[in-house]
Design a binder for this molecule. Structure first.
Ligand code: SAH
Length: 226
């Protein structure tokens, strides 16, 4: 990165006040989990996009992060975190280890890292892992572990997970991930190809219950690494 992140501390459109307005919007959109709202208020989203885009960082919009990928809009990041925490009624449960698939720029992982002890995040594009690793170090985010690899098979060595969040869409729930959920834990993902629906799978013992929620729009989950 040419500029250092510390020199982009936040004025005007990138200040804590702007972030506060974003949190109010998230409340209006129905996010209830106070821990999630507070995490969203803390993470400096503008430092996860290129400087040229930072004045738009707190709009409820997806933004390009290079390599043909996008950072998800704040509402969907908050929504997935709330679902992962079982927090739709306002309070959720604390999370130990979380698996994210689709690290991208590291924004969602950093939000999840405020709600969990540790986030293991897989990304298939090596160059993106490298860039994001540097960013997370500069921002002193110490409990996100970026991993280069195909997330389709999860991360067996780190299982079980208290939540699995997939930030890319796929036509079916990747079956390899289900046994990596801890008992009582949830997997949250966009399900479908052209038309996508937010899907939550909850594990209770050997029973997995699937719920389909609202329509969403994500980049596709792709096999293999790049
Ligand atoms: N959570 C990210 C959003 C990134 S977009 C953020 O906050 O920025 C989705 C990401 O998923 C892309 O970076 C894409 O390269 C990655 N991805 C797609 N298929 C994947 C796979 N099979 N394994 C790991 N990552 C994948």
């Amino acid at each position: 990165m040419a500029e250092t992140l510390n020199s982009r501390a936040g004025i005007g459109m990138t200040s804590a006040r702007t972030r506060g307005r974003m949190v109010e919007r998230l409340r209006e959109l129905g996010i209830k989990d106070e821990m999630v709202l507070s995490a969203m208020g803390e993470v400096p989203r503008h430092l996860f996009v290129d400087q040229a885009l930072e004045s738009r960082a707190y709009e409820d919009t997806a933004l390009p992060i290079g390599f043909g990928q996008t950072i998800s809009n704040p509402h969907i990041v908050a929504r997935m975190a709330e679902l992962a925490r079982h927090g739709e009624t306002g309070q959720g449960r604390p999370l130990g280890r979380v698996l994210e698939i689709g690290l991208g720029c590291g924004y969602q992982a950093t939000v999840l890292a405020k709600l969990a002890r540790e986030v293991v995040s897989m990304e298939r594009i090596a160059a993106l892992v490298g860039k994001t690793r540097v960013r997370l170090r500069e921002l002193r985010v110490n409990n996100v572990k970026p991993k280069h690899g195909d997330g389709m098979n999860g991360a067996k060595d780190f299982a079980p997970f208290d939540a699995i969040v997939i930030a890319a869409a796929f036509g079916e729930v990747p079956q390899a991930l289900l046994p990596q959920l801890a008992d009582g834990a949830r997997l949250v993902m966009p399900l479908g190809n052209q038309t996508q629906t937010l899907c939550v799978v909850e594990r209770q013992g050997d029973t997995y219950t699937e719920r389909l929620l609202e329509g969403v729009k994500f980049v596709p989950l792709l096999p293999g690494v790049a």
